[in-house]
Each structure stands twice: as structure tokens, then as C-alpha cells.
Design a protein around this ligand. Sequence first.
Ligand SMILES: C[S@@+](CC[C@H](N)C(=O)[O-])C[C@H]1O[C@@H](n2cnc3c(N)ncnc32)[C@H](O)[C@@H]1O
Length: 210
Amino acid sequence: MTTTNPDQRLYFPATVRNLEPIADVLQQWLPNWGIILEIASGSGEHAVEFQQRFSHLRWQASDPDPQHRDSINAWIRHTVQTNTMARALDIDVSHNPWPLPKDVKACLSAIVCINLLHISSKKCTASLLQQAAERLPRQAPLMIYGPFKRYGAHTSLSNANFDASLRERNINWGVRDIEWIESLITTLPLRLMEYKTMPANNQMLILIHE
Ligand SMILES: C[S@@+](CC[C@H](N)C(=O)[O-])C[C@H]1O[C@@H](n2cnc3c(N)ncnc32)[C@H](O)[C@@H]1O
């Protein structure tokens, strides 16, 4: 459910609900320098809040949906952060290489991706991992938030029902398995450091570039 207003800002209720617990984990893992690239920023409500909380960093939002980019840019204007935050980038995670501006390439210090993997194809997950491995400097984190399965099993009945509803909407969507993610990184310089249980049956995966 999404609501809008004349200045193009979108409001995603789930985004506001999960903001605090996600911010707490980001606080522990984000580096103390550089540009944080957010993939699939959606409305932009996370991006503007995280920029304010982590003001020593530069938060770079992105989304392939033009309406979402308009919303992100409207949130940046609304929160008076146009001097700090660049406009949202048009990045489809599956289109490699990602079109990153020079400064983002040079100063990239972490990648954050919230609630994308289950509403996109498996190719998107593979591409996210591949691009993170190519673009992050050593010791930099890739942080992925969302619902996940363990050893092929759902962690809750609500996730199982959610997964079924996703697959009904799009056969290529679905809740991914953490072990599948691990199998994808065996050939990449990424290591799964931690998966943290989050509220509402979600997880935060922390992968580090080795
Ligand atoms: C469920 S929303 C999550 C938005 C935001 N991260 C949040 O948690 O509120 C999923 C977002 O993924 C974006 N998206 C869909 N396919 C994508 C792709 N192939 N590459 C990057 N983003 C994509 C959508 O446009 C949408 O903004």
C-alpha cells in the first residue's frame, strides 16, 4: 500500500516500521568514511533518515523506477539535504556494469540493499553479489535486509504465506535461501560474516569483501 502527495513524496508504511532496527545494525557495521550506495531505495524515506543519522557519510540512493526516484529526490528536498545528498541514481541491479558516477566509484565504502531480493528475479541477487564483489574495496560491507529461508525452510508461517503470495504475483519472485546466497559467493571475494535476526521474521545479512 502506497500513498502519495502533490510534491511526489511516497510513503511506504513498512519502511517507517523497520527503520529503527535497521539503523541500529547499520550503526554497528557501516564504515566511518565514504559513500554508501543504497540499491532499491524505494520511496527514499530510509535514505534521507540514514543520511541524517550517519552524517559523516554520504548516502547515495538509487532505484530503477522513475516514480521512486522522483519520490527520493522530493524527500531530499523536503528534508533540506540537497547540499549533502546527490539525486537518486537510475540503477537496475541486473544491468551490469552499474552506471556509477566517478565520485561514487572512487569513494564507495558500503552497499545497502533493503527488501529487494524477494521481489526480483534470482538473476538480480546474483548480479548484486557480483557487482558488490567487483566494486567494494577490501573489508567493506554489503548489507542485505529482508525475509530469508534457512536450509530450504521458512522461518515462520507468515513468511511462507508471503512467499506464496509473491510467487502468485510473479513466478520469478520469492523468498531466498541464505544457503543459496552462500553458494553464490563461493567463487566471489565475499564472506558472510553474520546474519542477524530482525523484527517481523526478517534477517540482515552482512557480507564483507575480503
Ligand atoms: C519493496 S521495495 C523496497 C524499497 C525500500 N528499500 C524499502 O525498504 O522501503 C523494492 C524496490 O526495489 C526496486 N527494484 C525492483 N527491481 C529492481 C531491480 N532490478 N534493481 C534495483 N531495484 C529494483 C523497486 O523499484 C522498489 O523501489
